[in-house]
Design a protein around this ligand. Structure first.
Ligand code: ACM
Ligand code: ZN
Length: 556
């Protein structure tokens, strides 16, 4: 046989094979359409709701469907829902006021699901989401998204999907109000769009707090109008001069991992004096935009201006902030001018962020400079303090007064306990090896957010057991009384970004393990079940993939 005849025969065979594949596919598609809808639709919700009653039948979302809401305050929720459903379905669902529609969002005093809770009822006739507050409706929308086929999360039109929702009655209430994630855009920068994408994923899994670590020694990411050098200079840096940038690029090369390359293009760079610099910052207008975005999604933003340590980005620009004007970290708390600086920065933060909680930081302060500083020592004497730990405590309490005068509440990393703290401060327990922190905080009357590095540091390396360890571990210490338990506000995952230079690497480190934290924070302990969670998690891998979220494989 000549070569051309041979190729001809091969092409014909391929053609026949493709034709039969097409027939098979058509057959399968029609079989799927003939199956009862309830056999196809599955209930796989993370975090596991309080009560799920599966019914027979299903609701199918059609192009002529409508959305209604019964209170003006729900209009942003209705628009958010429409926006979420549009790309994959292609439907422009009309929104109206009232209670007659295929999907009804209803604020009501009749529900027993409490703050942030919701009731979702779906049947062939339609979907009703009822809640006592806006956030409950938003969480009901998250559940509705998870009841729909995973393709609903596609950014492009999916014309062959039947948008089926199984008939079900769900009543759901969160266990903890604080279900947080902390992101560090200082060590490496994340654009506003990337941050919005992160908030979007948080909303799907009912996280409620976004702790934004905006300031640290390696950079300053928030526009402060009174001190422009903070962002003009400390917003950018020479990546060759920064240890973590060099380290990331080195790992990228050694592991052949493009997610680890520090991006030196577009929004991550600027030219200064003929040199390309890395970084970025958020203008106050951009922050307002992000706050609105988060608010629609039921998320509070907790800004952090970390003082008096982790402050080199400020002290190098304004050396008078440091002991002996040497431009080093930490801030000198002996000088009134430093206190005035802190108050001025916080004032702009207070005016910008509506949420009542603001984070002071207070972690890992190298207090040795204070020992040798005349101003700091004078402050210790004047205030009758014992040592530098008490000096930090004095600083924290002084700042807290200013917070309170401005209607704000203070949160700090658990070092704020050293040297004493007021009862009204909230403590972020992060030092997992300091196992007495929660006991000490709560017996002193302080509320606690649990984020011990032993479970909740999502920048820490992961192995095949990490998620199970997180899910089954005792993040809530087991030695607390019922009274102390009332002071546990909730849990938080922390994403420090020294070794996370891109959104892709951030997602790879955080997902899917953050879903285990979402369930631990939302679902009652007695309802948590590893096998059940793991089986649901496997379905969510596909959903996250569809959203374009990078993930570490469950088993590697
Ligand atoms: C921290 O990890 N330094 C709070
Ligand atoms: Zn000093």
């Amino acid at each position: 046989m000549s070569e051309s005849i041979c190729i001809f025969a091969l092409e014909k065979l391929t053609f026949l094979f493709l034709c039969s594949m097409k027939t098979l596919k058509a057959l399968l598609v029609s079989l799927v359409f003939m199956m009862p809808h309830s056999l196809l639709a599955e209930v796989n919700i993370i975090p596991q709701p309080t009560r799920v009653t599966e019914k027979t039948g299903s609701f199918v979302l059609k192009p002529n469907a409508t959305i209604a809401y019964n209170s003006k305050s729900l209009q942003p929720a209705a628009e958010y829902l429409r926006e979420k459903l549009k790309p994959a379905t292609g439907y422009e669902l009309p929104i109206g006021k009232g209670k007659k529609a295929d999907i009804v969002l209803s604020l009501t005093t009749q529900t027993e699901t409490g703050a942030e809770g919701y009731k979702l009822t779906s049947s062939e006739k339609g979907i009703l989401i009822e809640a006592a507050d806006y956030r409950g409706i938003i969480h009901g929308i998250a559940t509705l998204r998870q009841l729909l086929p995973y393709q609903i999360e596609k950014a492009t039109l999916q014309p062959y999907v039947t948008w089926m929702v199984p008939a079900v009655e769900i009543e759901d209430t969160p266990n903890f109000e604080w279900r947080g994630m902390m992101l560090d855009p200082v060590r490496h920068f994340f654009t506003l769009e990337e941050t919005k994408r992160f908030l979007d994923i948080m909303a799907l899994y009912k996280f409620s707090k976004f702790h934004w670590h905006l300031v640290d020694s390696q950079g300053w990411r928030l526009e402060i109008k009174k001190y422009p050098l903070l962002t003009d200079n400390s917003g950018y840096r020479d990546p060759e001069g920064e240890h973590w940038d060099r380290r990331c690029n080195e790992i990228a090369k050694n592991d052949n991992n493009p997610r680890m390359i520090v991006p030196m293009t577009g929004e991550f760079t600027r030219m200064k004096n003929g040199k390309l610099e890395y970084g970025g910052f958020y203008t106050q207008d951009e922050v307002r935009d992000l706050i609105e975005y988060a608010t629609v999604r039921g998320i509070d933003i907790v800004p952090e201006f970390d003082v008096p340590g982790h402050s080199y980005a400020a002290t190098k620009e304004y050396p008078w902030l440091s002991c002996n004007n040497d431009g080093r970290d930490p801030i000198c708390v002996g000088k009134d001018t430093s206190l005035e600086f802190c108050r001025n920065v916080y004032k702009e933060i207070f005016d910008l962020f509506p949420y009542e909680y603001v984070e002071i930081g207070g972690d890992e302060v190298n207090r040795s400079a204070w020992k040798k500083c005349a101003d700091c020592q004078k402050r210790i004497q004047d205030q009758g303090l014992k040592d530098e730990a008490e000096l930090q405590s004095w600083f924290t309490c002084t700042m807290e007064k200013y917070f309170n005068e401005n209607g704000k509440k203070l949160i700090g990393w658990d070092e704020i306990l050293e040297g004493g703290v007021s009862k009204s401060a909230t403590v972020n327990w992060w030092r997992g090896d300091h196992t007495d922190v929660v006991q000490r905080s709560t017996s002193g009357g302080n509320e606690v957010i649990l984020c011990p590095f032993t479970f909740c540091y999502f920048d820490y390396n992961q192995d095949n057991n990490t998620i199970q360890k997180l899910y089954t571990g005792d993040i809530v210490p087991t030695d607390l009384s019922a009274e102390q338990m009332k002071l546990i506000k909730g849990m938080q995952g922390n994403i420090w970004c020294e070794r996370i230079p891109t959104e892709a690497q951030m997602q790879y480190m955080v997902f899917p393990r953050a879903l285990a934290l979402a369930e631990k924070a939302w679902t009652k302990n007695t309802q948590q079940n590893w096998d059940g969670f793991y089986s649901r998690l496997q379905k969510h891998i596909q959903r996250l993939n569809t959203m374009g979220v990078e993930q570490r494989p469950l088993v590697e």
